[in-house]
Design a protein around this ligand. Structure first.
Ligand code: OMP
Length: 232
C-alpha cells in the first residue's frame, strides 16, 4: 500500500516519537520532521528515520534571500529527504534558485514544494499582514507562482484542492495539512477537512499531526484513518 498519509512528528522528545515510529511500518505512512524536532535533534533524528526506511518530509519552510534558501535546499537534498518545503511568499526568484540548485541531483532530488497560506490563517490574518485577498485567492496566486518556478507542488488547505487541481493539472502535488477526523479538536487549525473528504477532493498527501500523535493509541488511529481512505 502506498499511503497518502504523512504523520507530523511534532513531539518534544525523540523517545516519544520513536515509540510511535517503532510500532508502524513505512507502508502505513511517510513522516514529517518539522521545526520542533529538527531544532532539538537535527539531522541525527532524520537519519534514524531513514535507517527505518521511512520517507521523510523535512518541513522547515525556508524563507530567506534566494542564495540562502537554495543552499539550505541543497543541504536537504544531501541529507536524502523525500520532500522539502519553502514559503512561496519568498518570491519567484527565491523559488527558481532553489529549484535550479537541485538540477545535479536528477531523479534523486527531493520533491520541492511551496507553502502557500498557512492552514491556521483566515481572511483577517491576511488583512493584518497587508494582504487584501481571501485565503483562496492568495493560495491560487502563490500556487501559480510556484508552478512557474518549476516546483513540484504546494502545501495548501484541502478546501482549496479542487480548484487548484483544475488550474494546475494532475502532476502538481497538493499536500494538505488542516486534516481533522470527525470529532477531533481543531486546535489552531482553521481551514480544515476530514481525511476522506480531502482525498475525495484530490489531495495527494494528507499531513496529520495531533489527531494521531496526541491519541491514546497513535498507531491504531493511523490504521483506522488509512482504512477510512480505502473507501473514499
Ligand atoms: O507545511 C506544513 O506542513 C504545514 C503547513 C500549513 O499550512 N499548516 C500546517 O499545519 N502545517 C504543518 O502540518 C502539521 C499539522 O499538524 P496538526 O495540526 O497537529 O495536524 C504541523 O506540523 C504544521 O507545522
Amino acid at each position: 500500500m502506498d499511503s497518502k498519509i504523512i504523520v507530523a512528528l511534532d513531539y518534544e522528545t525523540e523517545a516519544e516519537a520513536l515509540s510511535l515510529v517503532d510500532q508502524i511500518d513505512p507502508s502505513l505512512c511517510r513522516l514529517k520532521v518539522g521545526k520542533e524536532m529538527f531544532t532539538s535533534l537535527g539531522i541525527h533524528f532524520v537519519k534514524q528515520l531513514h535507517e527505518r526506511k521511512f520517507d521523510v518530509f523535512l518541513d522547515l519552510k525556508y524563507h530567506d534571500i534566494p542564495n540562502t534558501v537554495a543552499r539550505a535546499v541543497r543541504s536537504a537534498a544531501d541529507l536524502g529527504v523525500w520532500m522539502v518545503d519553502l514559503h512561496a511568499s519568498g518570491g519567484l526568484a527565491m523559488m527558481e534558485e532553489a529549484k535550479k540548485i537541485l538540477e545535479p541531483y536528477g531523479k534523486d532530488a527531493p520533491l520541492l514544494i511551496a507553502v502557500t497560506v498557512l492552514t491556521s490563517m483566515e481572511d483577517l490574518d491576511l488583512l493584518q499582514i497587508g494582504i487584501n485577498a481571501s485565503p483562496l485567492e492568495q493560495v491560487i496566486r502563490l500556487s501559480h507562482l510556484a508552478q512557474r518556478a518549476g516546483l513540484d507542488g504546494v502545501v495548501c488547505s484541502p478546501q482549496e484542492v479542487e480548484i487548484l487541481r483544475k488550474n494546475l493539472g494532475q502532476d502538481f502535488k497538493l499536500v494538505t495539512p488542516g486534516i481533522r477526523p470527525i470529532g477531533s479538536e481543531f486546535g489552531d487549525q482553521r481551514r480544515v477537512m476530514t481525511p476522506a473528504a480531502a482525498v475525495r477532493s484530490g489531495s495527494d498527501y494528507l499531513v496529520i499531526g495531533r489527531p494521531i500523535t496526541q491519541a491514546e493509541n497513535p498507531a491504531e488511529v493511523l490504521r483506522s484513518i488509512n482504512a477510512s481512505l480505502q473507501n473514499s
